[in-house]
Ligand binder design. Structure first.
Ligand code: GRF
Length: 219
């Protein structure tokens, strides 16, 4: 029965390649979940078309039509509650969510960030990693807490940084790993293997572990 499956809402602003990876995981039977809605704050987000192609219901909640961030967040929260979403997956959702929203959904709100957190919070991570001469970079999936990019990390994927890298090439390498990491984490949550308790990640009931690390080349 599909009724018992984890109900996911995916929030996007852009191309939705991470959304695609999750859709593919569900369709391949690797993720026991159902996407109940894809919500974008941008009407032209490419990910909306990806969702439609797979018969997934979409919705645009355009931030420009709201007077304040609090108004926007209240509408979004109301929709997610109405959809009875068990898990809210931020997949390139380029809006900061206010504290009230985040607190309301804490423990069922996850994000993917293009760095090995806690390093390189914020934007333009690939440029900053190259400028700093780092040899390693990657991505992190984390629970969202009010402080930006600071929530407990569930899992990370690591990629090498090469001397000749441009931000675009590095981003491509990181995103290839994002597409392997995010579906895996969503399935851990769907299976009840990963939960957040007291702002720590419990993995198979164990706390205090370092985040799971996926290295390039691992499947
Ligand atoms: C990803 O690189 C993710 O790390 C960041 O936004 C990007 C979204 O890309 N949070 P896409 O829309 O999933 O293709």
């Amino acid at each position: 029965m599909n009724d018992a499956r984890l109900r996911i809402a995916v929030l996007i602003s852009g191309s939705g390649s991470n959304l695609q990876a999750i859709i593919d995981g569900i369709e391949a039977g690797a993720i026991d979940a159902t996407i109940v809605r894809v919500i974008s704050n941008r009407p032209g987000a490419g990910g909306l078309e990806r969702a439609r192609r797979h018969g997934i219901a979409t919705e645009v909640i355009d931030h420009r039509q709201f007077a304040s961030r609090a108004d926007y967040d209240r509408r979004l929260a109301g929709r997610l509650e109405a959809l009875a979403a068990d898990l809210v997956v931020l997949a390139g959702f380029m809006r900061i969510l206010g504290d009230a929203f985040v607190e309301r959904f804490e423990g069922r709100l996850i994000n993917i960030h293009p760095s090995l957190l806690p390093a390189y919070r914020g934007l333009h991570t690939h440029e900053r990693v190259i400028a700093d001469g780092q040899r390693q970079h990657g991505c992190s999936v984390h629970y969202v807490i009010p402080e930006l990019d600071a929530g407990p990390v569930i899992a990370q994927a690591v990629v090498p940084v090469y001397a000749e890298d441009t931000p675009a090439r590095l981003q491509e390498r990181v995103q290839a790993m994002e597409h392997r990491l995010y579906p895996r984490v969503v399935q851990w949550i769907a299976a009840g293997r990963v939960v957040m308790a007291d702002r720590s990640v419990l993995f198979d009931g164990q706390t205090g572990q370092t985040p799971v690390r996926l290295e390039t080349g691992q499947t």
